[in-house]
Design a protein around this ligand. Structure first.
Ligand SMILES: CC(C)(COP(=O)(O)OP(=O)(O)OC[C@H]1O[C@@H](n2cnc3c(N)ncnc32)[C@H](O)[C@@H]1OP(=O)(O)O)[C@@H](O)C(=O)NCCC(=O)NCCS
Length: 192
C-alpha cells in the first residue's frame, strides 16, 4: 500500500493531524477541514472519509481497513485503538426508507427526510468485515461487532454482538486493558 507523505497530508488541510498518520493514496477524503486523525492511525486503500458539519474524529492507533466508509452530517468519533475491518460502513446520517419521503441525495431537502445521529465508537471497539453502523449508535468501550452485522442500537461495553440486527452473544475479555498498560510501558521505555 502507498501512503501519502506528510507534506501531501498537510496540504489537504485536516483539522488536526497527529504524528505518524498513514492515509493511503487511494483513500478518498472529503471536507478534511472537519477531520482529525490522531497519532499512529491508518486509513487504507479505497476507504472514504466524508465529513459533514459534525466532523470525523479518529483517535490514536485506530485502523480503518480497506473499502470502509465513514459518512454523515452528525459527528463520527472513533476513540483510541478502534479497529474497523474491511468494508465497514458507518453512517451518521441516513435517508428515511419508511416511504414517508423520497430517499436519495439527488433530490431536494424538501422531499427527503434525513435522519442524523452521532456515532461514537469508544476505546478498543472492533467491527468485523462488511458490517454496518447506523446513526445514533454508541459502541461501548471494548465492544465487538461480528462480521456481516448491523448495529441499529447502542452496544454495551465489552459485549460481543453478531447478526442483523446485532444481538449480544457473549462478553469480551477485558484482558486487553492490561495489555494496553503493558503497551504504554513499552512506549515509555522506548522514549526514556
Ligand atoms: C463475532 C465474533 C468476534 C465472535 O467470535 P467468538 O467470540 O469466538 O464467538 P463464537 O465463534 O463462539 O460464536 C458465538 C455464536 O455467534 C455466532 N456468530 C459468530 N460470529 C458471527 C457473525 N459474524 N454473524 C452471525 N453469527 C455469528 C456463532 O455461530 C455462534 O453461534 P452458536 O452459539 O449458535 O453456535 C467473530 O465470529 C467475528 O465475526 N469476528 C469478525 C472478524 C473479522 O471480521 N475479521 C476481519 C479481519 S480483522
Amino acid at each position: 500500500m502507498t501512503f501519502l507523505s506528510r507534506e501531501q497530508l498537510e496540504r489537504m488541510g485536516f483539522k488536526s493531524l497527529g504524528e505518524d498518520v498513514k492515509v493511503s493514496d487511494k483513500a478518498s477524503i472529503y471536507n478534511a477541514a472537519n477531520i482529525s486523525i490522531g497519532d499512529h492511525s491508518r486509513v487504507d486503500d479505497f476507504s472514504i472519509l466524508s465529513a459533514g458539519t459534525g466532523g470525523i474524529s479518529i483517535g490514536r492507533y485506530c485502523h480503518v481497513a480497506c473499502h470502509s466508509t465513514l459518512i454523515g452530517k452528525a459527528p463520527i468519533v472513533l476513540e483510541d485503538y478502534v479497529a474497523l475491518s474491511a468494508h465497514v460502513a458507518i453512517f451518521s446520517s441516513t435517508d428515511d426508507f419508511s416511504g414517508r419521503a423520497m430517499a436519495n441525495p439527488t433530490l431536494p431537502e424538501e422531499v427527503r427526510h434525513v435522519i442524523h445521529g452521532n456515532v461514537t465508537l469508544h476505546r478498543f471497539s472492533a467491527i468485523g468485515a462488511n458490517s454496518v453502523i447506523l446513526p445514533g449508535v454508541d459502541m461501548g468501550e471494548g465492544a465487538a461487532l461480528g462480521a456481516l452485522s448491523l448495529a441499529r442500537a447502542s452496544l454495551e461495553p465489552f459485549g460481543i454482538y453478531v447478526g442483523a440486527p446485532a444481538r449480544k452473544v457473549s462478553e469480551r475479555k477485558r484482558d486487553l486493558l492490561e495489555v494496553e498498560k503493558q503497551f504504554r510501558s513499552m512506549l515509555m521505555a522506548r522514549t526514556a
